[in-house]
Every structure is written in structure tokens, then in C-alpha cells.
Design a protein. Structure first.
Ligand code: MN
Length: 479
């Protein structure tokens, strides 16, 4: 299981008794937080930082432990911050500065100089905060008594974002075929994405998957079909067409496992050797947390996997979507979002149906796909674009709604949502900001999660919601 290291700051001037108490309070705090964060991350207490050497050792331990996704620091006493410089300079993982105390209330009747010297986060945490700011290290400050619900919630959020960043640093995107010809927003600087986020973007010929798909045994295809039938309703008698998708998924799964990929892209301009565009094959994989980007969109493929990881364990749905068409009824504007086939089953409000229909473009055989109506509730739409000299995340608050009427002739899965603060400002803001037509919709994550990810990765963030006004629009356009 992923873990966070918990590091307490002090110094060796205080004497043995004081340092014993610091360690004991640290153990109590870590035990409490371990309980609260169980199922998300483990937390492990490292030796109290009394000297620069201990700090360096602790940070190196965090850096070298593959299970460690981040570090929490707290200054129980004053801890002269020059001794943190070398260690912090070596830390390359998300950092949380927990500004808290072992005691909730001041013991007014009992307080003496010993108590004040032992419990001086107000003093030590500011000294420490200064050096983190001075070093320019991206970090998160959470302030408040550590047992308070809002503080625990923020630490949980940090743990989830840190796990997502850890996945980001271990992301391998297998791109089958290149970026779809002429499409702009799906392209971008792959080298910069690797330097900034750790994404390895590796090109493969689709033939590498075709070979594995063709080699799938009847037993493997049968097992995949059984998986489909356990999760979805078979609403077609063209079983051979579905079996072909099952064969693709077996091939893709083997490829992903063999090459340690965490996500993939395809493009219907390069499907040589496949009779169908992967539909249910891609959908079912997204349902398991594998990132997918159509039209060679490596960014949304990686970003969707990272945000699915961030949302792990929370209620709600998270996944890739494409903006498609609008209902522009005045004052009741809605968006219908979908894709040609590849809408993740996380969004299903009903049991998805396996259906087979022709595909209007691409010149391939009729593909099998999952069809369903979408979930409802408050959510966010978030995307990541390459602005030439930097990456930009755009996060818009949306309300997912029930589709007003059935759409019996639309043979794809779909979701619908309302923009905020309204259609005119919300969608214009997205356009001004250069938001992509590929994004991640989530009813599990919120703006604050995305803001934390943006801060910890040093990415520009533009937010759109009820607090967005017409006067903000041109601001988004300014680079
Ligand atoms: Mn698309």
C-alpha cells in the first residue's frame, strides 16, 4: 500500500525529556491519522529532525521508497530551518506542511514556560514555512487541530492527490498510431509532458495489438465474454461482433501488462488489421482505471487515468468524455457529451447494454459498444491543454442532469450537463481559455482537488463556476 512519511521538526537544544515527549506526541498523532486514512494510505513516523543530518536521512528514505507517495511535516517545537534546506532540496515528492498542535486547547490554569517551549508550532511552523517558501518548493499547508474533521479531510485529500501524482510519475501511454491528422488540441509537447509530469509517451504500431488479439484463444475470449455478460446486458444477437471486441480487449490487456502501460490511445485513421474500431474493448478497460484517449490524445489518456486514481474510493463517477452537441433552448441550455463509442461505463446510471450499430465514419465494420444513460449530480469538467510554453488545466463546475427525453435513435452512451454560472459565460470561458473538446468529467472530485494537483505540479489553473463573471472572460484569454 502507498504510504506517507510523517516527519516532526525539533532541535537537539531542548534536552532528552522534551524530545521524548515530542516523539510520544508524534506517535499518538500518527496513530490517530493512520486510523482516519486507513484504506487510502499508510502513515509512518520517521525520527524527529533534531539535526540537518537526520533531516537529510529522512528525506532520502522518502525519495528512495517506491511505496512513499508524499511527506507530511510538522514543527512540534521550534526547529531552526537552515537544517531543513539540504533535505528539502532532495525531496521530489508531494509535501504537506501540517500546521497543528498536539494540544487542542491552551491549559490556561497550568501553562508555564516548559509547556510553551514544548508546544510552539506557531513559532516553529512559521520558521519552517519561511524556508519552504524561500526554496520555492510546491507544497500544501493544512492548518488546524489535527483531530478536527476539516483538517483530517484535507489530509485525506492530500493523500489522494499525492497518489495521483505518484501514478503520473509512473505513467506510460502506449499510443497506437499517432495524433489524428490535423487535430490540434490532442497534440502537444510530449517531451515536456515527460519532464513535467513523468509521462512516457511511446509509439507502437497497431499491428502489435492485432497480433496479440489474433493469438487470443477461444477460452480467453469465452472468459472475456463471461465478464461482459456479468456486467452488461447483451442487447444484440450479433455475438460474433461482440466476440471480436472481446478478442481486442484480450490483446490490449496482454499488451498493457507486458509493456507496463497505464493508458493508451488509438485513432481510427490507423486501425490496420482491426475490422472494428475498439468500442466495448476500450470502454471495459476504462472501467478498470486504464486511461484512454481517442484520436491519439495522449494528454487526456494520461490525465483521465490520473484523475480516476485521485477519485479512487470516493463515491461518484470519473472518466473521459467528449463535448458533442447542445440543447440551446433559451435559459435551459444543456450539453450532450459522448463519443463515437468510447464512453466509460463509470457514467452509467442503468445497466449498460451491449449493442451493435454501424459507425458513420472511418469505413470499418459495425462495432459493438456499451450504450447507457448518464449519472446525475454536481461535478467538474476538467482538461489539460498545451499552450505552447506551458500546460494549462481548466476546471469548470457543471451539474450533470437526467436527459430531458429518451434518445432512442442515438446508439452511444451519453451524459448531459448544465454549465455554470450559465451557458453563455461558462462555455465562452471554456473557449477563451482554450479548453479542449476532450475532458474528464467527475462527480467524485471537486475544484479543490484539481487546484491541489495544479499547485503541487506547478501547472496553471483556470477555474470556471458560479464565481465566474463576464469580466473574467478576457482574463482567461491573456496568456
Ligand atoms: Mn474525440
Amino acid at each position: 500500500m502507498e504510504k506517507l512519511y510523517f516527519i516532526i521538526g525539533s532541535q537537539d537544544l531542548y534536552g532528552e525529556e522534551c524530545l521524548k515527549q515530542v516523539a510520544a506526541d508524534g506517535r499518538e498523532m500518527v496513530e490517530f491519522l493512520k486510523g482516519k486514512l486507513s484504506g487510502i494510505v499508510d502513515i509512518e513516523l520517521l525520527p524527529t529532525v533534531e539535526t540537518a543530518d537526520i533531516c537529510v536521512k529522512n528525506m532520502r528514505k522518502a525519495v528512495n521508497d517506491d511505496d512513499c507517495v508524499g511527506v507530511i511535516t510538522w514543527m512540534h517545537t521550534f526547529s531552526p530551518a537552515k537544517m531543513w534546506i539540504k533535505g528539502l532540496q532532495e525531496l521530489n515528492k508531494p509535501l504537506l506542511h501540517l500546521h497543528t498542535q498536539a494540544n487542542e486547547k491552551l491549559p490556561y490554569d497550568e501553562i508555564d514556560m516548559d509547556f510553551m517551549n514544548l508546544n510552539q508550532a506557531a513559532h516553529g511552523d512559521r520558521e519552517y514555512g519561511y524556508i519552504v517558501a524561500r526554496l520555492g518548493i510546491p507544497h500544501e499547508v493544512v492548518a488546524g487541530y489535527y483531530k478536527h474533521d476539516n483538517v483530517v479531510a484535507r489530509i485525506c485529500q492530500f493523500a489522494q492527490v499525492a497518489k495521483a501524482i505518484n501514478l503520473s510519475k509512473n505513467t506510460m501511454i502506449a499510443t497506437f498510431g499517432n495524433n489524428m491528422r490535423d487535430v490540434a488540441v490532442t497534440d502537444g509537447n510530449r517531451l515536456e509532458a515527460q519532464i513535467k509530469y513523468g509521462w512516457e509517451v511511446k509509439y507502437y504500431g497497431i499491428g502489435d495489438v492485432v497480433k496479440l488479439a489474433n493469438a487470443a484463444t477461444d477460452a480467453e475470449v469465452d472468459a472475456k465474454m463471461a465478464e461482459y455478460e456479468s456486467k452488461y446486458t447483451m442487447a444484440t444477437d450479433r455475438i460474433d461482433v461482440v466476440r471480436e471486441q472481446a478478442r481486442y480487449e484480450v490483446g490490449l490487456e496482454k499488451f498493457i501488462a507486458k509493456n507496463k502501460a497505464t493508458c493508451f490511445t488509438d485513432t481510427f485513421q490507423d486501425l490496420y488489421g482491426l475490422n472494428q474500431l475498439p468500442g466495448i474493448a476500450a470502454q471495459n478497460l476504462m472501467g478498470k482505471g486504464i486511461g484512454f484517449g481517442p484520436e491519439g490524445d495522449y494528454k487526456i489518456s494520461a490525465f483521465s487515468a490520473i484523475l480516476m486514481k485521485m477519485a479512487e474510493g470516493r463515491d461518484g463517477a470519473t472518466g473521459f468524455i467528449e463535448d458533442y452537441t447542445y440543447d440551446m433552448t433559451e435559459g435551459q441550455e444543456l450539453e450532450l457529451a459522448s463519443h463515437m463509442l468510447e464512453v466509460p461505463p463509470q457514467f452509467a446510471v442503468n445497466k449498460p447494454e451491449i449493442q451493435v450499430h454501424p459507425l458513420g465514419i472511418g469505413g470499418k465494420s459495425d462495432p459493438a459498444r456499451l450504450v447507457f444513460d448518464g449519472v446525475t449530480g454536481d461535478g467538474i469538467q476538467v482538461t489539460l491543454v498545451d499552450m505552447g510554453d506551458h500546460f494549462r488545466i481548466i476546471c469548470a463546475d457543471v451539474e450533470l442532469v437526467k436527459q430531458p427525453k429518451p434518445m432512442p435513435k442515438l446508439p452511444v452512451a451519453r451524459i448531459m450537463y448544465r454549465h455554470k454560472p450559465d451557458f453563455a459565460i461558462g462555455t465562452a470561458a471554456w473557449c477563451y481559455a482554450g479548453g479542449a473538446h476532450h475532458s474528464v468529467i467527475s462527480t467524485a472530485l471537486n475544484r479543490s482537488d484539481i487546484a491541489m494537483f495544479a499547485r503541487l505540479t506547478g501547472t496553471e489553473l483556470i477555474t470556471i463556476g458560479d464565481d465566474t463573471t463576464e469580466a473574467d472572460l478576457q482574463k482567461f484569454f491573456t496568456k
